[in-house]
Design a protein around this ligand. Sequence first.
Ligand SMILES: C=Cc1ccc(O)cc1
Length: 178
Amino acid sequence: MTKTFKTLDDFLGTHFIYTYDNGWEYEWYAKNDHTVDYRIHGGMVAGRWVTDQEAHIAMLTEGIYKVAWTEPTGTDVALDFVPNELKLNGTIFFPKWVQDHPEITVTYQNEHIDLMEESREKYETYPKLVVPEFAHITYMGNAGQNNEDVISEAPYDGIVDDIREGRYFDADYKRINK
Ligand SMILES: C=Cc1ccc(O)cc1
């Protein structure tokens, strides 16, 4: 995808894959102006995926976007995208319990909200694990807003290569082989 990001609308509906400098690989979709979906392919909670997470999304200045949200696990996230330079800076604030029991969060969270809320009460919150990292964007796709095909299944080995190499979405950004 070759596109210059200028407006908030240029950002909304974009699908990204990126790798943080610590090696963690994430896939993230700006579903609309208040909703994000994502899948985690590498790192402490690889295998986790989430749809319809409410988030705050703002354009700070032309082509630079800030996204922030708090999750049912108690994890907080702040992302600053500079897509024209294929980079972003992300900070993840993990409660202690996610660091101690990451496996509880490695699932399709939407089907286990009660477990996330029980776990955040049952286990410890502090000290939080703060992970501030730059990331390099390895893929961008124009999925359009509210496209339910973008993040619609659990991550599997090779999925990011399928996406990057054009084997996953058709010309209308619908999933092939559904
Ligand atoms: C914890 C979720 C999360 C999603 C995307 C990202 O880049 C960092 C964290």
